[in-house]
Design a protein around this ligand. Structure first.
Ligand SMILES: Nc1ncnc2c1ncn2[C@@H]1O[C@H](COP(=O)(O)OP(=O)(O)OP(=O)(O)O)[C@@H](O)[C@H]1O
Length: 322
């Protein structure tokens, strides 16, 4: 090996080291996350190298068919489960290497969680205000008066101040879920995670609950990730990420556009995910329409990459046809 080559190698290594790490500016960064469950000697790969970045202050939705891995991911982000491989960081906390004490602190201070089952979120023998004060009590260090004031402020912000002295069975499902959001926000977490929070509610009540998430996001700046089957929720957030077979497969981004008459409208665009190895999952309806299977032809153009069905067998060049 010559000196020049060595110097070049060193230079390349330094450049690589200086490159910002994957997801360095994201609040949630999942990098090739794998979770394998083994039951009775049978392995299920619930997550198969999932990549996901969420910026601070985002309000986004996760969608996907049953069994695609959504709850597995949420349990990992909530600090309730540990991935088999890969890397996951939330607000600077490394979810793979946390010890028991750090995990407890993470679950208490960094993330808040709202479950689908209204009954699972609240203690039945405490009032709404007492439920909201409980996480602050468990953390300690907050004066009684300050705890009561914060509980009051959160309940007012979410439009349920009138439920303050009611126990869960004296509230509607939608009110209980909004109290659950207040409980999850009590210790001012960086991230609020919700797994099907409107799943047990009718659509009008679901809308009120979603409005409460939006308010928390706008007024407190809390980053919010909602797993949902609810089309109304999925179509109201700026970003919806779809999970398929334990990987993120596509994203819909929505933005407000103003036309020449000054009319505002929400424009949605679907994107496929390109993983760090360069793999791209093409939507099944696209590949089926063009009969693409096994192998496709690629062409690099100045501003895009062309993908054609494999016509090698026919011996003609599909790009010459028009
Ligand atoms: N504790 C477990 N032990 C064994 N297998 C599990 C466990 N938890 C999840 N799985 C499997 O992992 C896969 C992903 O499950 P997960 O619950 O994450 O999917 P999901 O997208 O949340 O589905 P749903 O929308 O029905 O809740 C499924 O095949 C499931 O059977």
């Amino acid at each position: 090996m010559t000196d020049t080559t060595l110097a070049e190698l060193e230079q390349r290594a330094t450049a690589r080291r200086d490159r910002p790490s994957y997801g360095h500016d994201a609040l949630i960064a999942c990098d090739r996350l794998v979770r394998i469950f083994t039951t009775d000697g049978v392995e299920v790969q619930a997550l198969q190298g999932l990549d996901l970045l969420v910026k601070e202050g985002e309000l986004m939705a996760l969608v996907g068919a049953s069994g695609s891995g959504k709850s597995t991911l949420m349990n990992i982000l909530a600090g309730l489960d540990v991935p088999t491989a890969g890397a996951a960081k939330v607000a600077g906390c490394d979810l793979l290497s946390m010890d028991a004490k750090a995990r407890l602190r993470y679950r208490r201070d960094v993330v808040g969680f709202v479950w689908q089952q209204t009954a699972r979120n609240l203690l039945p023998y405490l009032t709404a205000a007492q439920n909201v004060a409980l996480p602050m009590q468990l953390r300690g260090g907050t004066k009684r008066k300050a705890k009561a004031e914060r509980a009051e402020a959160l309940l007012s912000m979410l439009d349920i101040a009138d439920c303050r002295d009611r126990r869960p069975h004296q509230m509607s499902g939608g009110q209980q879920q909004r109290v659950a959001i207040a409980v999850a926000l009590a210790n001012n977490p960086s991230v609020l995670l919700a797994d099907e929070p409107t799943g047990e509610l009718d659509s009008a009540t679901g809308e009120q609950v979603f409005a409460a998430f939006r308010r928390a996001n706008e007024e407190l700046g809390t980053t919010i990730v909602i797993v949902t089957h609810d089309q109304a929720v999925a179509s109201e957030v700026r970003r919806t990420v779809a999970i398929r077979d334990g990987r993120t497969s596509s994203e819909v981004l929505r933005r407000t556009e103003v036309d020449a008459e000054g009319q505002e409208s929400l424009v949605a665009r679907e994107y496929a995910m390109l993983d760090r190895a360069g793999r791209l999952q093409l939507p099944a309806d696209y590949t089926e329409t063009l009969g693409m299977e096994h192998r496709v032809m690629l062409e690099l153009e100045p501003d895009h990459i062309g993908v054609w069905p494999d016509d090698a067998a026919r011996g003609d060049d599909p790009k010459d046809e028009g």
